[in-house]
Design a protein around this ligand. Structure first.
Ligand code: NAD
Length: 365
């Protein structure tokens, strides 16, 4: 059976990364029926929007998309396509596995953790009041009338809503993910000692939900302690579940632990749809040069295979990627000991090496 998938190449280096990923995914032997859809700066002029309705409808219809990075142009009035997609499709969970692969330059080995970030609430809900405006004054006057502590009249405000429903949804997601993927521990990351009614609420929900998963260990860690723990002994952490802001920051930190953006995959998952994409952006300065590293996007494809129930193919794909990186010969410049190594290969040739490896392992299986 073929899987019908919306394929969004994106812009900048997106199309070359997506093409490499598509070829590698097809080499696993899994059947795909790709529905090619546009989004990003390249379609903006033609369609009048960087996110055409047909693209959105296609993801809604198919329920699964593989997406290349998309540039957010500054100062054009267009909102980020990435944020719009997450919002329109209700993609409330952002999943970012961070794992060390021998051959990738990193200060650590044996890191294998997964960041599960809530994607819709928290300080990123976009509820803000600009300093000095009538609305800001009205909100400050209201708050000052309700409590002893007074907010300075001139302040700007960003509101941090965290609901029990939103918290339960992401925490259950993290525990379910742990259960389905043979993970042993889920750590709840907050600053509950300071923000009692938001982070404290998140932690209280975590304690309740954890009771439904007795086989998985529930850990509670403050976000500051987590940051120290991650740089001292990252191998101790397993699944981390975090509200939006901490999730954003910590997932960049964990990508840094395992070798950086070039190898950090991601998935944005909701009840109706799932969009798989690398953590990195469109790296526009390398556009069309067949130079950047497609590993993050290929590993996002591996997450997509798991989501589709193609676990055997996902495992073989990860094995092939790991083998090519460990060999260190046919890899992109950023995976070489020095960045100007003349033996580095391009995006497409690196994908060829993974495809060859997949065919060999399939043949010997
Ligand atoms: P970026 O991730 O594109 O690049 C940051 C640095 O990492 C650059 O030096 C780049 O060369 C390097 N890099 C990134 N991906 C790489 C890869 N696969 N292989 C090798 N090196 C790689 O971040 P940026 O420059 O801040 O953003 C560029 C554009 O992408 C912006 O418009 C931003 O809004 C957008 N963006 C999109 C997404 C997305 O589509 N999900 C995510 C982040 C940023």
């Amino acid at each position: 059976m073929s899987h019908r998938i919306t394929l969004i190449p994106g812009d900048g280096t997106g199309p070359e990364l997506t093409e490499a990923t598509r070829r590698v995914l097809e080499a696993t032997g899994v059947g795909f029926d790709w529905e090619l859809q546009e989004a990003g700066v390249d379609v903006m002029e033609k369609a009048g929007t960087p996110l055409p309705t047909e693209t959105l409808d296609s993801v809604k219809r198919n329920g699964v998309a593989l997406k290349g990075p998309i540039t957010t142009p500054i100062g054009t009035g267009f909102r980020s396509v990435n944020v719009a997609l997450r919002h329109e499709l209700g993609l409330y969970a952002c999943v970012r596995p961070c794992k060390t692969y021998p051959g990738v330059r990193s200060r650590y080995d044996a890191v294998d953790l997964v960041v599960v970030r809530e994607n819709t609430e928290d300080l990123y809900a976009g509820i803000e009041f600009e300093s000095g405006t009538e609305d800001a004054h009205a909100v400050i006057a209201f708050l000052n009338s309700r409590q002893q502590k007074q907010i300075r009249e001139s302040s700007g405000l960003s509101i941090k809503p965290l609901s029990p429903e939103g918290s339960e949804r992401i925490i259950r997601f993290a525990f379910d993910y742990a259960r389905e993927n043979g993970r042993k521990r889920v750590s709840c990351i907050t600053k509950a000692n300071i923000m009692k009614h938001t982070d404290g609420l998140f932690l209280a929900v975590f304690r309740e939900v954890a009771k439904d998963y007795p086989e998985i260990e529930g850990w509670e860690t403050l976000v500051d302690a987590l940051c120290m723990g991650l740089v001292q002994r990252p191998e101790e952490f397993d699944v981390l579940v975090l509200p939006n802001l901490y999730g954003d920051i910590v997932s960049d930190l964990t990508a840094g632990l395992v070798g950086g953006l070039g190898v950090a995959p991601g998935a944005n998952i909701g009840t109706e749809a799932a969009v798989f994409e690398a953590t990195h952006g469109s790296a526009p300065k390398y556009k069309g040069q067949n130079r950047v590293n497609p590993t993050a996007m290929i590993l996002s494809g591996k997450l997509m295979l798991e989501h589709l129930g193609e676990r055997d193919a996902a495992e073989r794909l990860e094995g092939a990627v790991a083998a090519v990186i460990a060999e260190g010969e046919r890899v992109t410049y950023d995976l070489k000991p020095s960045r100007d190594d003349p033996t580095a290969v391009g995006t497409s040739e690196y994908a060829d090496a993974i495809i060859e490896r997949l065919h060999t392992t399939k043949g010997s299986a």
